[in-house]
Design a protein around this ligand. Structure first.
Ligand code: FES
Length: 179
């Protein structure tokens, strides 16, 4: 089983960088400026910007555009084209419930419904505490042990909806145990 790789943005907490929004935007713009002369670096810079800020709202896109010296429309076009870029805040962890055929017929829908209840969100939403973003997927490669879901890179097979509460609780506990 693969260890969890969350969506937690990597934010420098040193005195020079700070963590407030203005400082983060400045940091992103500075990074983008350093790529100004490198053609074709927009996607790479956007990945870094998303890593720093957590997602790519318009003000972050503007910082990237200003830093790279390109039009905002070009940046926005790329952001909206690629699904790995998000313009909405994302949770620390991403839950993907498989609704591919094998999982659907073996109870995928019940898993979705139970998670909606437990997390108080709909599919596509992020929980109010920014812990989880909840999505569905077509197939996550565990059809033989359906129904399946993934949280970040960890795949859960033969998921029992009654066990979901326990599974989610582990992620909250792991957060508490971190220094
Ligand atoms: S259909 Fe669900 S893992 Fe393939």
């Amino acid at each position: 089983m693969t260890e969890i790789a969350g969506n937690d943005p990597v934010r420098c907490k040193c005195a020079c960088c700070g963590t407030d929004e203005k400082a983060l935007l400045k940091q992103i713009r500075t990074i983008a400026e350093s790529y100004r002369e490198r053609e074709g670096s927009l996607i790479q810079v956007l990945h870094m910007a998303q890593g720093i800020y957590g997602y790519l709202p318009l003000e972050v896109q503007r910082a990237v555009a200003d830093g790279l010296g390109i039009p905002l429309s070009e940046v926005s076009g790329v952001v909206s084209f690629y699904s790995f870029f998000s313009t909405q805040p994302r949770g620390k962890h991403t839950i993907r419930v498989c609704l591919g055929t094998a999982c659907y017929v073996r109870g995928g829908k019940q898993i979705v419904e139970r998670l909606c209840e437990l997390l108080h969100v709909n599919v596509g939403d992020t929980t109010a505490d920014r812990m989880f973003t909840f999505e569905v997927a077509r197939c996550i490669g565990a059809c033989g042990l359906a129904p399946a879901m993934a949280i970040d890179n960890r795949v859960y097979k033969q998921v029992n909806p009654d066990r979901l509460e326990h599974i989610l609780a582990r992620y909250y506990q792991e957060g508490e145990e971190r220094p």
